[in-house]
Design a protein around this ligand. Sequence first.
Ligand code: EPU
Length: 339
Amino acid sequence: MLQIQENVSLKNFNTFGVDAKARYFVEINRNDHLVELFMDPQWKQMPHLVLGGGSNMLLLKDYEGLVIRINIRGIEHRISHNDVFVEAGGGEVWNDLVNFCVARGYAGMENLSLIPGSVGASPIQNIGAYGVELKDVFQSCNAFELATGTFKTFTKADCKFGYRESIFKSELQGEYIIVSVKFHLSLVPNFNLKYGAIEQELQNRGITEPTLKDVSQVVSHIRVSKLPDPSTIGNAGSFFKNPIISAELFAQVHAKFPEVVNYPGGDGRVKLAAGWLIEQCGWKGKVVGHTGTWKNQALVLVNHGGATGEEVYSFSSQIIDSVYTKFGVLLQREVNIIS
Ligand code: EPU
């Protein structure tokens, strides 16, 4: 039986810790509950918001529709020669899945250790860290189509993954709910240790031949040292994307700021480190009212306690304006803004 609750605080369901309310709220722990929910015209027609871990969103106000929290659990795994296929319910906690795989020697996700959020949300923005993206281990996902009440499998090609992008964030936004994800891992690690801080930390620990566990621990250590823990300081990770700009614009920025942190952006374009741009504008570690940027990583906006979504949003607009004024580069928000 589906239990629809009314006027539920979402404070504990979004990592920003914004205290907005849901007019209606339902928790889904089985696929057929979604079918049941969307067979009822009252719920089908109502605006709805799908929540996984709530780790990549900012709620601007109370939500007047139905909030659907996906809590579908379960992890299955199958080994074939050196290939490992792992399928996890959309409601599994991402880092629990990483730990499950690392503990069993299933390689591929170790650089994605400690990313907050749920498995079902991971393909939506193609989560990534330290040189690895979800798409590198993704095989397929199963998703519920709201319009038809049926389930559909999406292959990697179907998902059109890009930098913090997928079809679920663009063409099909709001049309599907991801209920499970299948991953293709390996018993033979193929470590990606190019990211400077990983190499450095392995060296500090005197590790020359790292195991999966070593890499996972080192990545977790780096994250903890740079990023605020959402269980104590509300945040949604990087608030903005690293901007990818044209070669022409880069030439202009570089002429004025030769030290600008940059990487190849593909197709002759250049990716800039948004955290660097924001820091150069003097925002790093700034506290403004109940919000601000994190002291060790200016790309992360935080809730110092009691911030409203509107407050964080308007602070983020100030940052966008000042980065644009100084560099001529327009930052885009990475978190989903729910209004
Ligand atoms: N930097 C600064 N000042 C800052 C922050 C960064 O100068 O306040 C500079 C750093 O010195 C470094 C560069 O910017 O040279 C890049 O910084 P970092 O390695 O911390 O990574 P990032 O580009 O800021 C991205 C992801 C993170 C991911 C890290 C590591 C995005 C939007 N963010 O951050 O992902 O953990 O790389 O791979 O792509 C997230 O998406 O929520 C997230 C945390």
